[in-house]
Design a protein around this ligand. Structure first.
Ligand SMILES: *Cc1c(COP(=O)(O)O)cnc(C)c1O
Length: 427
């Protein structure tokens, strides 16, 4: 029996499905998940000692790659200084000042420990500020696992929703309306019927949790202007795009100032850190300044704060965003050219890419994802593994480049991925 199967069997006895987050289980991939023991730069090594070039990068947090030397140094220093106080300390202050100095729409922020917590807290502010209960989300956007956002489009044009998880009360699901991405008519309809009941709209301005669904700028602008016209706050969930596509995330690239914004993933440089922030008057509603309660025992944990700051400072110093944009462009061009004959294409935005069945038009909503996409992914994923390439273990997850993915690594990866797509096709 392989080491992985043995570990997975043991894990299944002590954790649901053998994992601590569902997509890690390799469900639908026709194999047991791999267990990994170490990581360095663009590489990860499994329990059998086999090395892979990693395009999952822990689902996005590692913009500099695994164990970047400068981040590691800051973390080790902090481990020898203090782990956690549950009291004010200078590390979170430095990181908060760094962010608010550079991102003008983040006038104040509060650190939390995950993206889920950030979104949940920001929505609480929106409800408190507007005195309204309902929230509008978009089908195919992921905002973490708070109850009211685990919903999808239900029947009808006015945004009715149904929950996507057991254990969510109907009344909770009914608080959220759901609009299709890229659907102006539905968006207008929802605002005309429910606009005055909506506390906020929440959107991933670059939806990257159900494939990569790049939106038209005018669609996002329309959502924002309808929100403003109806007194609905705009919450950008930039947990995946923040500090990745640009220092100021998609808001910077789209030139839109959200009322509230959430960050996570890259913000902690590989440690559990999230934050929510935005307009002063909204953030001042948060306790102890205001009546909106929100707290966390390990919030603004010094190790995460130091890792986050070291990581962001390095990204800025090296202008990682420009470098990665160029590298992604040549990587994706090589991939697209090699995959063209197999009827596959690659969507990308800065350092994020997604390989999928070719379509006539860009894929902007989940209904436009070709139905064979999921089924074709399993053999492709397995041949990538054989060739030493680790992709996120689902066809609906995107791939991430980090600064550690050098031109040489990317060139050889593109070659291996193309070969894998050919054997995937023939198996
Ligand atoms: C990952 C993600 C979340 C959830 O963050 P967690 O840290 O996993 O709770 C929320 N929103 C978006 C856009 C994400 O990509």
């Amino acid at each position: 029996m392989s080491i992985h199967t043995d570990l997975f069997d043991r894990s299944k006895k002590v954790s649901p499905g053998g994992v601590h987050s569902p997509v890690r289980s390799f469900k639908n991939l026709g194999m047991d998940p791999l267990f990994f023991r170490s990581a360095n730069g663009a590489y990860i090594t499994d329990m059998e000692g086999k090395e892979y070039i990693d395009f999952c990068q822990s689902f996005g947090p590692l913009l500099l790659g695994h164990r970047d030397a400068d981040v590691e140094k800051a973390v080790i220093e902090q481990i020898h200084t203090a782990w956690t106080f549950g009291a004010p300390e200078p590390y979170s202050l430095e990181l908060a000042e760094w962010i608010t100095k550079r991102i003008s729409w983040v006038e104040k922020l509060r650190f939390v420990s995950s993206g889920t917590e950030a979104v949940m807290s920001a929505i609480r502010i929106a409800r408190a500020a507007t005195g309204r209960d309902k929230v509008l989300k978009f089908d195919g956007c992921y905002h973490g696992h708070m109850d009211s956002l685990l919903v999808q489009s239900g029947s009808g044009l006015a945004g009715e929703s149904s929950s996507t998880s057991a254990g969510i009360s109907e009344s909770t699901a009914a608080q959220t309306l759901v609009c299709n991405l890229d659907d102006d008519t539905m968006l207008e309809k929802i605002f005309s019927v429910h606009g005055k009941e909506l506390a906020c709209l929440v959107i991933e301005p670059l939806p990257a949790n159900y494939g990569l669904l790049i939106q038209r700028q005018d669609f996002i602008e329309k959502a924002v202007s309808l929100a403003k016209a109806h007194g609905t706050l705009v919450l950008f969930d930039e947990v995946i795009s923040g500090f990745r596509v640009a220092l100021g995330g998609m808001a910077e690239l789209l030139n839109i100032r959200p009322d509230l914004v959430c960050y996570g993933k890259i913000l902690g440089g590989g440690f559990p850190v999230g934050c929510y922030g935005g307009r002063n008057d909204l953030m001042d509603l948060v306790a102890p300044a205001g009546p909106v309660y929100q707290a966390g025992t390990l919030s603004a944990n010094p190790i995460g704060m130091r890792a986050g700051l070291a990581s962001l400072q390095k990204c800025e110093r090296l202008n990682v965003w420009e470098k990665l944009k160029t590298r992604t462009h040549s990587f994706v061009s090589a991939l697209s050219e090699g995959l063209n004959e197999l009827n596959l294409s690659v969507s990308s935005h800065n350092s994020i890419f997604w390989i999928h069945t070719k379509t006539q038009k860009p894929i902007r909503s989940i209904t436009e994802i070709p139905s064979e996409h999921g089924k074709n992914f399993a053999p492709f994923f397995r041949s990538c593994l054989k060739r030493g390439i680790y992709l996120a273990p689902s066809g609906y997850e995107v791939g991430f480049l980090s600064l550690a993915h050098s031109e040489e690594i990317l060139q050889s990866s593109a070659k291996k991925i193309i070969e894998a797509a050919y054997d995937g096709k023939n198996s």
